[in-house]
Design a binder for this molecule. Sequence first.
Ligand SMILES: NC(=O)c1ccc[n+]([C@@H]2O[C@H](COP(=O)([O-])OP(=O)(O)OC[C@H]3O[C@@H](n4cnc5c(N)ncnc54)[C@H](O)[C@@H]3O)[C@@H](O)[C@H]2O)c1
Ligand SMILES: N[C@@H](CCO)C(=O)O
Ligand code: NA
Length: 440
Amino acid sequence: MPAVEPQRPVRIGVCGLGTVGSGTINVLARNGNEVAARCGRSVVIEQVGARRDNPDCDTSELDVTRDIFDVANNPNVDILVELIGGTTVARELVLVAIENGKHVVTANKALIAEHGNELFELAAQKGVTIAYEAAVAGGIPIIKSLREGLVGNRIEWLAGIINGTGNYILTEMREKGRSFDEALVQAQALGYAEADPTFDVEGIDAAHKLVIMASLAFTIPLAFDKVYTEGISRICPEDIRYADELGYRIKHLGIARRTEQGVELRVHPTLIPQRRLIANVNGVMNAVLVNGDAVGPTLYYGAGAGAEATASAVIADIVDVARTLDAKPDQRVPAAGVALAEQGDTLVLPEEEVVTSYYLRISAHDKPGVMSKVATICSDQGISIEALIQHEPVDGEELVPVVILTSRAREACLREAVAQIEALDTIEGKVVRIRVESLG
Ligand SMILES: NC(=O)c1ccc[n+]([C@@H]2O[C@H](COP(=O)([O-])OP(=O)(O)OC[C@H]3O[C@@H](n4cnc5c(N)ncnc54)[C@H](O)[C@@H]3O)[C@@H](O)[C@H]2O)c1
Ligand SMILES: N[C@@H](CCO)C(=O)O
Ligand code: NA
């Protein structure tokens, strides 16, 4: 029998030596033998592009350049691993790498969500691949699941806790009574937050991840600008408490759903029943619930952020690319799950048309007839009240907090009802409203 040719090592160039870059180098150093066995060839770090050294990892034996474009232009690099973040220099870097015939592994959801259509197109023309497992839900192999594991299904909907920082903040507020700001500072110190943490708390990061999942689940182009996005910065401790009393948890969810009228793409705080597994996903952990017509509901759970958890996904992509390094491009799984010509249209349903139940919190003057006026306004909009709790006035004030759970209603009807309730002279201030999903 002829001897099997040993495969040459795969040579990677790592750009960015922050949380994920240093985690990737450390995990590769620790698990190099297992990784080599998985890919059938060793993985060699040919070059590192970093503005400065990072004391969290040892690069003393590596070729380090201060100009990341050296890596993109290095003829010995097979795979460029983009871990600098952002959408300007990162886009340029990835374009140059692809033009130079390199495969790309990236953890950058902003880049894929906002420029993925363009990058996938160029990669297809050049016969290279872009892998982005780390971009969604950190270490959880959700991209692999959507792109490969679930392809026998028509996916009806998915819903996920896909921002570790936000989930960490909501958990700290609920379990330890920490303030929003305190919990955010901690999440930043732990390396979970984006360079601009408003991306985490205002739902932009989750929107990036949601469109990537929706694109794979529904085989549609990426449509980041169509996502409805609401953050968690206005969630108050009393809403977390009242939700608990009603048997719910407040989670920041990304939801993608097919309807007959179009696709729903939305990120917002959501009350979900406490009995659901996903309601009990806490701290920096992420979870994605995917509902396929054949398999039914499946749940993916794990660390959504952090140096080594994210490195786990980056390295899985490196192995995937390395295994098919010598394959013909059409033998690889396409970056978008299907050839771009096979993608359908993205008709995203306007938010006003979305139908959900709502949690409403109203500050009412304790006078007779207030609640019957509220009930009439709701019923005129076709909304019924499923539960109502009247709380004790806060700190001896005259105002009484009233919490309502509504039936399912069109967003447009709910908005009209809220406007009319706010106009009542027996109601003070704005109505707090949070969507409710049963996820059943
Ligand atoms: N931190 C996480 O838990 C996590 C998880 C999943 C995905 N991500 C994504 O991974 C990427 C990196 O995130 P991070 O947390 O490691 O960020 P980070 O800020 O810790 O690291 C980024 C590094 O890139 C360097 N850099 C930026 N521009 C550069 C340039 N032009 N030249 C050279 N170096 C440059 C920075 O100096 C920094 O060291 C982002 O896209 C992020 O969204 C992060
Ligand atoms: N900032 C992101 C990192 C992982 O994508 C988060 O908190 O989930
Ligand atoms: Na992932």
